[in-house]
Design a protein around this ligand. Structure first.
Ligand code: ADP
Ligand SMILES: N[C@@H](CCOP(=O)(O)O)C(=O)O
Length: 321
């Protein structure tokens, strides 16, 4: 459960009075999510999501995230739209946390997506990449090679508690990725966390993307690799090439992938698997028992990393080369 910060109706009404959001009818905490505290608000106007930004979000990044949502929505992408305050600011403060109101998006996220859903996700990711091309603000990816090293140094000493031999394996992996990471591929604004819980569907139709709080500037094909990892493996750990093919076809139907991007997919997928392995490992080792958040399994991503390490040709992802 991710409600890290509590609020009360008196402070909330005061906060809402700074917006043209109607009168508060009710609010409730949202259990899902990992990073921030979210509440669903019902008012005399439209329903809204109230997000309180927690300690892992740098306040200086908030104009990028909120500005990006505004920008993408203005380019026709369905994503939450931040509601400006009466003074025009997108960001306020509640319970001593930076806070924003964003529009409520209808839909649900899929626990058991099929290949046709993966196709839609691929197409939506490519549409986001195109829509973000002229976004003026920049945010380097804090969770790329340098950030991975920093995270790893915080967990390395205890890694073998999770699996014997892990310390040496991950050290070698980091060295390999640092030596071979691609540099000259097309870059732009990426979502960087487009997992199932961040994509809403109404029936079988994709209805919108949420949670832009890891968005940044990085290689576009790296974002594709994040989606391959998040959407195209079965719970048993096997890669599903039919889903992979569908996701990549969906993407390429909107934005073609160059030969160089396709050739780089195995290494990018190793990097993105490592990225989620490292954040999960850190949380696994540091989140106190009883904390109101569901810890995600780092070993799921270790398995994916090992799968990509064994890939000989990107054709194995289900791509028609
Ligand atoms: N704009 C929105 N519309 C509808 N539901 C939302 C919206 N934003 C967040 N949610 C709900 O809140 C949950 C957590 O949001 P998310 O942004 O993923 O949090 P976190 O950044 O903490 O992971 C989502 O799974 C969804 O149920
Ligand atoms: N998607 C990440 C964790 C971040 O969670 P989210 O709720 O912000 O999508 C993972 O699975 O490790």
């Amino acid at each position: 459960m991710a409600v890290y910060t509590d609020i009360n109706e008196v402070d909330l009404k005061d906060f809402l009075s700074q917006y043209d959001a109607g009168e508060l009818l009710s609010y409730k905490g949202i259990a899902e999510g990992v990073e921030n505290t979210n509440f669903l608000l019902h008012t005399t106007k439209d329903p809204l999501i109230l997000t309180l930004y927690e300690k892992r979000v740098d306040r200086n990044d908030l104009p990028f995230f909120l500005g990006l949502m505004e920008h993408l929505a203005s380019r026709g992408l369905t994503c939450p739209l931040p509601l400006p305050r009466k003074d025009g600011e997108l960001l306020g403060e509640l319970s001593e946390r930076p806070a924003a109101l964003i529009s409520f998006l209808e839909g649900m996220w899929l626990r058991k997506p099929e290949a046709r859903h993966c196709r839609e996700v691929g197409a939506a990711l490519a549409a986001m990449h195109l829509a973000g091309a002229d976004f003026a603000l920049k945010r380097p990816n804090a969770l790329s090679l340098e950030g991975w090293k920093v995270l790893w140094e915080k967990s390395a000493a205890r890694a073998d508690e999770v699996e014997k031999g892990l310390e040496a394996e991950i050290r070698e992996e980091l060295d390999f990725l640092a030596a071979h990471w691609p540099k000259d591929l097309p870059a732009g604004v990426i979502h960087a966390d487009l997992f199932q819980d961040n994509v809403f569907f109404l029936g079988d139709t994709l209805s919108g993307l949420i949670d832009f709080y890891f968005a940044c500037n990085d290689l576009l094909a790296y974002d594709v690799s994040i989606c391959l990892n998040a959407w195209c493996f079965e719970k048993t750990g096997e890669y599903n090439a039919t889903k992979g093919m569908a996701l990549l076809e969906g993407y390429r139907s909107v934005r073609p992938l160059s030969d160089a991007e396709l050739a780089a997919l195995p290494i990018l997928a190793r990097g993105s698997a490592l990225r989620f392995f490292l954040t999960r490992l850190y949380d696994w080792l540091t989140t106190p028992e009883g904390a109101l958040v569901v810890k995600k399994d780092p070993l799921e991503y270790l398995g994916k990393l090992r799968f990509h390490r064994a890939i000989v040709s990107p054709g194995e992802y289900g791509i028609e080369l």
